[in-house]
Design a protein around this ligand. Structure first.
Ligand code: NAP
Length: 198
């Protein structure tokens, strides 16, 4: 029997409830059996700012998903010495036995709208189904402007608006403001006890 696997890729600096909501909506709408969170190791698209260490981001992702049925976290990009390219991650899952027709790559709309800048992006639709979440009022014209091979492979899942970002959480933490209920409780404790984003 085939097992549908959803890869939820992200920098997760830090992971927050918006990421979890996105993964869960895609899981339930597309009947995905298991979600694997894949924190980036060295994200090539974030070279303009200092990113928190991969180990801290991996630890926070573990804490955020601990005990959630059918959720797990992969170290594949954290342990990779090269920059995190999605095409390599998909190939690793396929080499591990997941068929491309059972593999879903989940990410947000802004990331997908940039996909033509990703390494070997034309291969991605051959390796998986791309899934993106649209928040209310999303730019339909942006999707229409995507390369044809991406557009034809893309599944859109509408999710409720949850206007929170990792940037805002970092700024709140830096300014000593509360991040409670924006991130899972254990992630909040990890950020505070490790002095992240100060
Ligand atoms: P991120 O900032 O940690 O966010 C992960 C995803 O969560 C994003 O796509 C984002 O959507 C979504 N999200 C954030 N806040 C949300 C909210 N409140 N509600 C719903 N969704 C929310 O990760 P990222 O740095 O964008 O990276 C995303 C993935 O793209 C990673 O797997 C990365 O490796 C991959 N990527 C690959 C390449 C490459 O292969 N060369 C290049 C760039 C990125 P939005 O995108 O809409 O903000």
């Amino acid at each position: 029997m085939s097992i549908k696997t959803g890869i939820m890729g992200g920098t997760f600096d830090p992971i927050h409830y918006g990421h979890l909501l996105l993964a869960e909506e895609c899981r339930s709408r597309l009947n995905i059996d298991r979600i694997v969170f894949v924190p980036t190791g060295s994200p090539p698209h974030k070279r303009n700012r200092r990113v928190t260490s991969a180990e801290d981001r991996y630890a926070m992702t573990l804490l955020a998903t601990a005990g959630v049925l059918n959720y797990s976290v992969s170290r594949t990009e954290v342990d990779r010495r090269q920059p995190s390219h999605t095409v390599d991650t998909l190939r690793e899952f396929i080499a591990g036995g997941v068929a491309p027709e059972d593999l879903f790559f989940i990410t947000g709309l802004d990331a997908i709208l940039d996909i033509a800048t990703w390494v070997d992006y034309k291969l991605l639709p051959k390796l998986c189904t791309l899934v993106t979440a649209c928040r209310p009022g999303y730019p339909v014209e942006g999707i229409e402007a995507l390369p044809q091979e991406v557009r034809e492979n893309l599944k859109l899942v509408e999710i409720p608006q949850f206007a929170i970002s990792s940037t805002e959480i970092r700024e709140r933490a830096r300014g000593g403001r509360s991040i409670r209920f924006l991130v899972p409780h254990l992630v909040e404790i990890y950020i505070e006890s490790n002095g992240l984003y100060k």
